[in-house]
Design a protein around this ligand. Structure first.
Ligand code: SF4
Length: 148
């Protein structure tokens, strides 16, 4: 039987009205940070926002997700591409891993090309942490343009 993974997505509250289209498309297509699940069955078992700076829902949402079988939490690509990127990501990662023992993955859908252009000009992602954080969603230019 094919391995099944249950995932949860937490989005940056700056995009709280987002309908999730890019995340869901990339999950179906196994693109961006979802490429890791190629050949696996995946169930989206939770979707919520951080509840706004400084991210109070990070304390609680993973607990509910875990009760529903979620083992992998994705911080949506908005965490990475916002202006500025979420300043709390590293702490959130450590907290969720330490308290809940869940895997934390930075990003969901591929970074849209327009964000890459602006962040490159701003030199935003020029830290070892952010280089690691964007690595799964950088993809290639054709894919990024499909998510513009
Ligand atoms: S910047 Fe971070 S803490 Fe603030 S709303 Fe976005 S994800 Fe939440």
């Amino acid at each position: 039987m094919m391995e099944k993974i249950k995932i949860g997505i937490i989005i940056c509250d700056r995009y709280s009205t987002c309908a999730g289209g890019k995340c869901l498309r990339s999950l179906t297509n196994r693109e961006g940070a979802f490429a890791r699940y190629k050949g696996m069955e995946v169930e989206l078992a939770g979707y919520t926002t951080c509840s706004g700076c400084p991210g109070g829902n990070i304390e609680y949402a993973p607990e509910e997700m875990k009760k529903n079988g979620v083992t992998h939490i994705h911080f949506a690509t908005g965490f990475l591409v916002g202006y500025p990127p979420c300043p709390h990501m590293e702490h959130f990662e450590q907290f969720i891993k330490s308290k809940y023992g869940m895997e934390v993955i930075f990003g969901t859908h591929p970074i849209p090309e327009k964000y890459l252009k602006t962040h490159s000009k701003l030199n935003t992602w020029n830290t070892p942490f952010l280089q690691r954080a964007i690595s799964d969603t950088m993809t290639d230019q054709t894919t990024r343009l499909n998510y513009d």
